[in-house]
Design a protein around this ligand. Structure first.
Ligand code: ADP
Length: 171
């Protein structure tokens, strides 16, 4: 598997699947979630509403993942996953790792071979980026998968550097 960290916009990634740092409601939010729905168009929200009406009436639990169409995005699928909110008083690293391993499992069932991840939980959910990067890269590295390209797509240079360091150490 080839793991890389690049600076860029996840909505522009021309890979099989892009991962959304979704809210549990699956009905959109800010950050990555807002950008994916804005650029991908209403088809994605319609698919999310169907998930809420079907298997996820209470929303998507933290650490789980589910796929929808990617609408107008260059990718074929969006894989929605809900990261944990950071708190210093409790270790939520397993939940964050689960976002990556569960997304890879969903990618496997779709037949996706190439996937882009954002820095899940490091925006509105306040995870320190260095810690999140270590957890993310280890989780991807340790998950048995058919996916052969994993690209971490980071919005800012500091996050890109943190993920590039983690790839060097754990990838
Ligand atoms: P969370 O709610 O899981 O913390 P956010 O979407 O708030 O997720 O932020 C996660 C990270 O994604 C932050 O570093 C944020 O700057 C970054 N980000 C925001 N928009 C984009 C985008 N279009 N492409 C890639 N990364 C983005």
């Amino acid at each position: 598997m080839r793991i890389t960290a690049v600076q860029g916009d996840i909505t522009e990634q021309d890979l099989d699947a892009v991962v959304n740092a979704a809210k549990s409601t699956l009905l959109g939010g800010g950050g990555v979630d807002g950008a994916i729905h804005r650029r991908g168009g209403p088809e994605i929200l319609d698919a999310c509403k169907q998930l809420r009406a079907g298997d996820y009436p209470d929303g998507l639990p933290t650490g789980q993942a589910v796929a929808t169409t990617a609408g107008k995005l260059p990718a074929r699928w969006v894989i929605h996953t809900v990261g944990p909110t950071y708190t210093a008083s409790e270790d939520r690293s397993e939940l964050l790792a689960s976002c990556f391993s569960e997304s890879l499992k969903v990618a496997g069932t779709l037949g996706a071979r190439t996937i882009a991840f954002p820095a899940i939980s490091t925006g509105s959910y306040c995870y320190p980026v260095e810690e999140a990067a270590r957890i993310a890269v280890r989780a991807v590295h340790d998950t048995p998968t058919e996916v052969d390209v994993v690209r971490f797509v980071l919005f800012d240079g500091h996050s890109r550097d943190a993920f590039a360091d983690a790839v060097r150490h754990y990838g």
